[in-house]
Ligand binder design. Structure first.
Ligand code: ATP
Ligand code: MG
Length: 724
């Protein structure tokens, strides 16, 4: 693409950004206004017109997927090599720095990234070892506390807990946890950022080097940076005068993880002469979708304020579907997707978005039934699967014997008769010697502190790990992985499980070998880390976010959080109910409620052509049937942009709650003799309408909406329902 082409594809405001003189800039603009596009073109402009070397550009985005896409788009736009340019997430970039300067960062060369799952296990162990009551002190709370403090840049010694007994306990766990991680060479996600910041603070010469190198810094999704990320950026780039940040205060959805919208204002104060440019034309969505999203977000206070308009058509109205229950909701969505496919549209243009991952299961079932291929972003991701984590733990321990988290995971997997008693001895020894579990084993063996069976089984375990290393360390990465999977006993263990699940596990283990085969080491880090270390880091970072591989066009399922920055022609948002979305905890807290509303805005603005908003009148949650009102967000939409879905063969329900009346299809339920929508009478509950049916034989249950008492599930054989 030559320079004129580069500029031709932009509107006036966008062009002002791309072709701006070298300066600090804030691009503040709503969803779909081309922020990401402008950021990519600006990089191309810098290289082509300002003759900036790729080497001096640093670009930060929110997910690994976005980073890969950005690199590819820049490469395409400048039709050349972008070698030397740093593009990544804050976490990815911090990791790279720590790897390159592990000594200055006071880390062992073989340090490993600890994912959040292992982090939680580790904290659980510490809570137990400190003999805290786990009911009163759930490990999750410590996890939030520790990550929260790290996100603010605080170490235990920075926290004054003298007068607060509760805080004292939190700080104590934080301290023990950190010591354990340091001993084991483990770095959690929040620690990556904090340590990368400290690395620069403590090494002024190193900082000066990077300040000089990265003369051009660009950040996408800036509204979701937290305090430590901001501090890091500030340290690096405050002086260079060429920082471009793009963001949208209305899309700040990580406040719960410490993101601070105030960083936008801080940027304007901290970065000299920063110029604000607003983009207001939306290129993504139809006018109906855009107007509805604009009106929704208008209910929030304290917005930085911007108008968003589109030249596009009004398009179809937003469809609102009121389902009887969550199963009906999932079936409805699958049905509409099948129709989309019949209309010769591609499945990868479709996304189903929800508030929490737990909602995906029913959607999956409905999609499987309708034979529609789908892919889940988030949920149990490849690198988080049990068998994969087991295999990785072997590789991690081979790579770094001090990795306590890996040690705990596989010490008795597959079972080798190492019971809790033996393990407690090892843990106690590690605690009193202030060393790692592996070192404790060595120590106890040397000093013959282990007796009888315990001594034997621990010795065997140590042997297994050492043998695995000796026999595999000279192999290529994929062969090494294969060797370890075979000879650790993992493969045999999973084969013995039998059945479909076992088969899937074996397939996954094979897939891990393939992943090793196709893995490419970052050339800039090739000297600092072995391929194994590089791969293990990749696995830990990947598990922290949602990724999936693309081979077959498939419907995409994800939370609204992971949909950030993406766009799809057809979008469904499921579960728009009070207590679900907005979530129960947010209903009473205005700032949390506003964050939920922003999340809804993010969800809606992913849609290009058609948007469906769904809610269910009853939903089984945590084993209980709950009746939720339609989400307030639905009521906040302008009437002229929405329409209610009415299915064919409908009968109206006698009683409707809320604004959206419900309608149902006629369908006979197996051999129950009842039909959906049929009027029935119950001795105690009075008259009602049949809504749903499940199970078979004596277990079959029927759901009836009674005029007086509302919805109830009844066991058919006991209910004595009478048709009327
Ligand atoms: P979000 O806030 O959701 O991240 P964004 O502001 O980053 O959105 P982009 O993803 O960059 O927006 O752009 C949205 C869509 O509009 C993309 O498909 C992009 O290619 C298209 N687009 C942006 N600018 C133009 C333009 N000037 N002409 C045509 N299409 C454009
Ligand atoms: Mg974007």
């Amino acid at each position: 693409m030559d320079v004129s082409e580069l500029l031709d594809s932009l509107n006036d405001k966008q062009r002002d950004v791309v072709a701006a003189p070298l300066q600090n800039m804030l691009v503040l603009a709503g969803a779909g206004s081309g922020k990401t596009r402008v950021l990519v073109q600006r990089i191309a402009w810098l290289m082509k017109v300002e003759q900036v070397s790729a080497h001096s550009i640093l670009a930060v985005t929110f997910t690994n997927k976005a980073a890969a896409e950005m690199r590819a788009r820049v490469e395409q736009t400048v039709a050349g090599n972008v070698h030397g340019m740093w593009v990544g997430t804050f976490h990815g970039l911090a990791h790279r720095l720590l790897r390159m300067h592990f000594q200055e960062a006071k880390l062992p060369q073989s340090f490993q990234v600890l994912d959040s799952d292992d982090q939680l296990r580790m904290i659980k162990r510490i809570v137990r070892s400190l003999e805290l009551d786990e009911k009163r002190w759930p490990a999750k709370q410590f996890l939030w506390y520790i990550n929260g403090k790290k996100d603010e840049g605080l170490r235990p010694q920075h926290i004054d807990s003298q007068y607060d007994v509760t805080e004292e306990t939190f700080v104590k766990v934080y301290r023990v946890y950190q010591d354990t991680c340091d001993r084991a060479g483990l770095v959690d996600f929040a620690e990556l950022l904090l340590r990368a910041h400290e690395l620069w603070l403590n090494n002024p010469a190193l900082l000066a080097h990077y300040q000089q190198r990265f003369a051009h810094v660009l950040v996408d999704e800036f509204q979701d940076t937290n305090a430590i990320q901001y501090a890091w950026l500030n340290l690096l780039a405050q002086k260079n005068g060429n920082v471009m940040i793009v963001g949208d205060d209305d899309q700040s959805i990580y406040g719960w993880r410490g993101a601070k919208i105030e960083n936008i204002q801080r940027f304007l104060a901290d970065f000299d002469g920063a110029k604000t440019i607003k983009l207001e034309q939306n290129y993504r969505s139809t006018a109906n979708i855009l107007n509805a999203a604009n009106q929704l977000i208008g209910n929030n206070n304290n917005r930085l304020g911007k108008d968003l308009w589109t030249q596009g058509d009004a398009g179809e109205k937003i469809s609102i579907y009121t389902a009887f229950n969550e199963i009906d909701e999932a079936r409805f969505i699958a049905g509409r997707i099948a129709q989309w496919q019949q209309d010769k549209r591609a499945l990868d243009q479709v996304a189903i978005l929800y508030r929490s991952n737990a909602q995906s299961r029913l959607m999956e079932e409905a999609l499987i039934q309708a034979q529609l291929p789908y892919r889940i972003y988030g949920g149990v991701r490849f690198f988080e699967r049990q068998e994969i984590k087991d295999a990785l733990a072997y590789l991690r321990l081979i790579n770094n014997r001090d990795d306590d988290a890996a040690f705990e995971r596989i010490i008795n997997t597959p079972a080798r008769g190492i019971g809790n008693q033996t393990l407690s001895l090892v843990r106690d020894a590690a605690r009193s010697l202030q060393c790692t579990l592996w070192q404790a084993c060595q120590h106890m063996m040397q000093n013959q502190q282990l007796k009888g069976r315990s001594a034997k089984v621990i010795q065997q375990f140590v042997h297994v790990i050492e043998r695995l290393e000796d026999d595999s360390s000279h192999l290529d990465l994929d062969q090494q992985a294969n060797y370890v999977i075979q000879h650790s006993g993992l493969k045999a263990m999973y084969q013995a499980e039998k059945g479909e699940r076992a088969e899937a596990r074996i397939e996954n283990l094979n897939e891990l070998v393939t992943a090793c085969q196709t893995f490419e080491v970052d050339p800039e880090l090739a000297e600092e880390q072995s391929p194994l270390t590089a791969f293990l880091t990749h696995a830990a970072l990947e598990s922290g976010e949602s990724q999936a591989d693309d081979y077959e066009p498939a419907v995409q399922l994800m939370t609204m959080h992971s949909a950030k920055g993406l766009e799809f022609p057809l979008v469904f948002i499921a579960g728009l109910e009070e207590g679900m979305f907005p979530s129960q905890q947010s209903v009473e807290d205005i700032s949390r409620l506003e964050e939920e509303r922003r999340l809804c805005y993010v969800g809606m603005t992913r849609a290009m052509e058609k948007l469906y908003l769904c809610h269910a009148e009853s939903r089984r949650l945590y084993g209980q049937e709950k009746f939720h009102k339609a989400s307030r967000f639905l009521r906040e939409l302008p009437a002229e942009c929405v329409e209610e879905v009415r299915l064919q063969n409908q009968v109206s329900r006698p009683k409707t709650k809320g604004k959206f009346s419900s309608t149902i299809t006629l369908e006979t339920f197996g051999d129950s003799g009842f039909k959906l929508g049929q009027n029935v009478r119950h001795k105690k509950f009075g008259d009602g309408v049949v809504l749903n049916y499940e199970g078979s034989g004596p277990q079959s249950r029927i759901q009836v909406n009674f005029a007086d008492v509302g919805c109830k599930w009844l066991v058919v054989s006991f209910a004595n329902l009478e048709s009327i």
